[in-house]
Design a protein around this ligand. Structure first.
Ligand code: FAD
Length: 383
């Protein structure tokens, strides 16, 4: 976006070459509106899988049933996509725009030369100074002060072949036992290196129980998953090595001040949360769009970053709060929260207007974030 607006962009990345890290995520109408503006949405949909519904059961009780179609008047949907697909999409666009990409550059700090900011690298070298450094280094960024907290729970993730039966290719499905056990199956389409459609399979796990899980062996764990959710058998059959599952730990953090002189933090570097509401990548895209808008309209870099933060802050704080509120309902040791979820919230949530509110929430549309950014879900459909 910044390159297209005539800025001279350089990109620094710690890895030498692209690596397939992690499994899947969900693009929501918010992030999709940005991809549509970039002309990348059609390709994202081609690589991923359209998701129309989120569905979850606990002991045969339906406790989650959100259809994007509940957003009357807006034809919304999500896209389940492998991280490698989303990466390839953005990486190819950056290459096509002839943006210089400096790989193998591990950043460990920055400093000022006059009004401009330079980067410090782990090998002791420094970059030349820039008018603006955009910190998109993720939740453990070395360019911002440490803040927030690691969450007790994370999840094991694996990318597996989409099973021939037992699952709907347009539904993110989950099973729970209280809030301490959760399994999920997210369709993620066909990633670049795979010839067949895949699923992201996840199993919630407390970080301090990872060693216990490893020691317990695969067979015992598979039996436990199969008991909770028998349809997972064809997925479990594909797992014969614990290394197929990657443990992802979640952190909840929000920088109070996402800017400094010649520096702005965007995406997870500004705010990160558990993926319970599936918003992080979408929020990162909205932040990037807001920054591009700020730079286009403001007279100075200071003014531009202040505009970008102003355009995003309310939505960021709202979703950080919502995610904080909902995460323990699905991932915690609480007995009360899942009890209320299963018996009260679950049934009520299937009635209007709860259906609408939930669909707006998972779509990322609560707080109307697209309007100040001149974005719209209509363009999503047009593309
Ligand atoms: C298991 C899991 C599931 C998720 N599911 C969803 C979902 O369904 N929907 C959703 O929207 N979000 C989801 N998220 C959140 C989403 O992945 C993040 O919000 C999103 O990736 C943030 O993007 P980012 O560009 O800010 O940071 P990142 O994706 O973390 O990218 C940071 C980049 O900076 C590079 N980097 C890091 N440190 C350095 C350094 N020191 N020097 C140089 N380079 C460096 C990294 O290699 C990487 O390329 C999920 C997260 C997890 C962990």
């Amino acid at each position: 976006m910044l390159q297209r607006a005539g800025n001279n962009v350089s990109l620094f990345e710690r890895f030498e070459s692209p690596q397939p890290i992690g499994s899947g995520l969900m693009l929501q109408p918010t992030g999709m509106a940005v991809l549509a503006e970039l002309g990348l949405l059609k390709r994202a949909l081609g690589m991923g899988s359209r998701v129309d519904r989120l569905f979850g059961k606990a002991n045969e009780r339906i406790v989650l049933d959100v259809s994007y179609s509940a957003l009357r008047g807006q034809q919304a949907f999500g896209i389940g996509i492998h991280r490698a697909s989303l990466f390839a999409l953005l990486f190819n666009a950056a290459k096509a725009a002839a943006i210089p990409i400096h790989t193998g550059r591990s950043i460990n700090g920055s400093g000022l030369k006059g009004n401009r900011r330079f980067l410090r690298f782990a090998d002791g070298e420094q970059s030349s100074p820039f008018d603006l450094v955009v910190d998109a280094l993720g939740t453990r960024t070395p360019l911002a002060p440490a803040t927030g907290r690691e969450l007790a729970y994370g999840a094991l993730w694996a990318s597996l072949d989409w099973p021939a039966s037992g699952f709907d290719p347009h539904t993110l499905e989950q099973r729970y036992e209280r809030a301490s056990i959760m399994a999920g199956v997210l369709p993620i389409g066909t990633p670049p290196a795979a010839g067949e459609p895949q699923t992201a399979f996840f199993w919630s796990l407390r970080a301090d129980r990872l060693a216990e899980w490893q020691a317990g062996g695969l067979a015992a764990w598979k039996a436990r998953v199969a008991k909770l959710w028998p349809s997972c058998a064809p997925l479990l059959d594909q797992i014969d090595d614990p290394a197929q599952l990657t443990f992802a730990r979640y952190a909840h953090r929000t920088l109070a001040r996402p800017t400094e002189q010649a520096l702005i933090h965007i995406g997870d570097a500004w705010h990160s949360a558990s993926p319970q509401l599936g918003q992080g990548a979408n929020m990162a895209l909205l932040d990037a769009w807001a920054l591009a808008m700020g730079l286009e309209s403001a007279a100075t870099v200071d003014e531009a970053v202040a505009t970008a933060v102003r355009l995003r802050r309310r939505h960021v704080l709202l979703y950080q709060w919502l995610t904080n509120l909902f995460t323990p309902v699905y991932q915690s040791d609480s007995r009360l929260l899942p009890f209320v979820r299963d018996r009260l919230v679950g049934p009520v949530s299937r009635l209007w207007p709860a259906t609408f509110i939930q669909a707006a929430m998972v779509s990322g549309l609560v707080g109307n974030p697209l309007k100040p950014l001149n974005l719209s879900t209509d363009k999503v459909l047009a593309e």
